[in-house]
Every structure is written in C-alpha cells, then in structure tokens.
Design a protein around this ligand. Structure first.
Ligand code: AMP
Length: 143
C-alpha cells in the first residue's frame, strides 16, 4: 500500500489557509472540519507551513488568548516534511514515529495533492494486518 492508493480511497482534498489568517480563524476551521492540522499555502499555492492543534495549545499557553489575533505565519511550523505518492505505508509510519508528528502533506511536482494523517496510516495498517491474518488462517485451514 502506498500514498497514491490511500489518496484514491480518501480523496485529494486538503484544508488550507493563507499565512495572514488569524490563529482564531485556524482554530475555527479545525473545529468545523474536525481535523487536527491545516496546511498553510503561499500566493502561488506552495506549501509555506503547517499548523496543528498542538501549535495552538502551545501559543495559548505561552501567550494567552491574545495570541488568537496573531497571523498564523507567526506560529506555524515552516520546515514542513512532505511525502510523495510513491511512499509506502511503512515509510509514512517511520517518518511520523521518528519526527513525532501526525500529518504529512503529499507533494507531486511541487504541488500539494493531498494530506495523510496518522488516522489514515493506522486505518490502512490495521486493514493490512487483518488481510494477512485472514490469508494465514486460510492457508493453515486448507493445508
Ligand atoms: P501534530 O502531531 O501533527 O499535531 O504536530 C506536532 C508538531 O509538529 C506541530 O508543531 C506541527 O506544526 C508539527 N508538524 C506537523 N506535521 C508536520 C510536518 N509534516 N512537517 C513538519 N512539522 C510538522
């Protein structure tokens, strides 16, 4: 299973925001869409950063509620790790585990074409493990 196969099932829609929107706008979008992170894109659609619920909690803890009026560009993570459609489920799990984050934007030819969350990774990993177990049971039963 690779990223292209996951995107075929979940779709390629990515929730994005421009760097100038406020942290409150981002929080509202996260709540409305029931997601954990938003990709921040520049004027040409390029990935400029990523902001997750954890960044908002940290900003609130450090700066108090006033931080909610600050632009997301001040709080987002700028060095975004992305993945490619050819990356495998195992590679995604390794990246998320090693770097301790739960979201990976997918980039093809410099364009943002999707996002994979840890929920997607776990869902497909469990499905793979179940398929293997079923195949193993059938093999044992019929041999
Ligand atoms: P998360 O686990 O995705 O909520 O994110 C935890 C921290 O990692 C936050 O500071 C995010 O801004 C950052 N982060 C999330 N995804 C990525 C990514 N793909 N590349 C770099 N940083 C990220």
């Amino acid at each position: 299973m690779n990223v292209a196969a996951i995107l075929r099932q979940k779709g390629r829609a990515v929730t994005t925001a421009s760097p100038s929107v406020t942290l409150l706008d981002v929080a509202n979008k996260l709540a409305a869409k029931r997601i954990g992170a938003i990709v921040v894109v520049g004027a040409r659609g390029e990935v400029a950063g990523i902001i997750s619920e954890r960044d908002i909690i940290r900003a609130l803890s450090e700066g108090g509620p006033e931080c909610l009026t600050r632009p997301v560009s001040e709080i987002m993570t700028r060095q975004v790790v992305t993945c490619q459609e050819t990356d495998t489920l195992d590679e995604l799990m390794a990246m998320m585990t090693a770097r301790r984050f739960r979201h990976l934007p997918v980039v093809t030819d410099s364009a943002l074409v999707g996002i994979i969350s840890i929920g997607d990774v776990v869902k497909h990993h469990v499905a793979e493990v179940e398929m293997e177990a079923t195949a193993m049971r059938e093999y044992i039963t019929h041999s």
